[in-house]
Design a protein around this ligand. Structure first.
Ligand SMILES: [Mg+2]
Length: 108
């Protein structure tokens, strides 16, 4: 299972200069890692920004690599035809982690 994880408003929420950890998502990332998922962290703020935040959050060991978010894809398969599912961070708050893991496994 290959999973790309966003930073802003996914792992952390910013209020002005204050940053608040989104602990439900962070705990879920840890669960995914323990379940054997291959995790990458990406951000429109860039790879370095993503890495800095992951290190600050104590999640650096969960991620294989850090990437900027793409603005263009050069690919023969349209994104809507990818085998891709999207989880919203709110689902990490409202759904038990094991249930989310099962849902991801079922659709593979
Ligand atoms: Mg975001």
């Amino acid at each position: 299972m290959i999973i790309y994880v966003d930073v802003d408003d996914t792992l952390v929420r910013s209020f002005g200069s204050k940053q608040i950890a989104m602990s439900a998502t962070q705990n879920y990332v840890r669960k995914l890692k323990e379940a054997g998922a291959k995790l990458y962290c990406w951000s429109s703020g860039g790879a370095e920004y993503a890495q800095n935040y992951a290190e600050m959050a104590g999640l650096a060991d969960c991620f294989i690599a850090y990437l900027p978010k793409p603005q263009v894809l050069l690919d023969d398969v349209l994104v809507q035809n990818w085998e891709l599912q999207q989880l919203h961070p709110n689902e990490c708050r409202s759904t038990p982690g094991d249930e989310l893991l099962d849902r991801l496994k079922e659709t593979r």
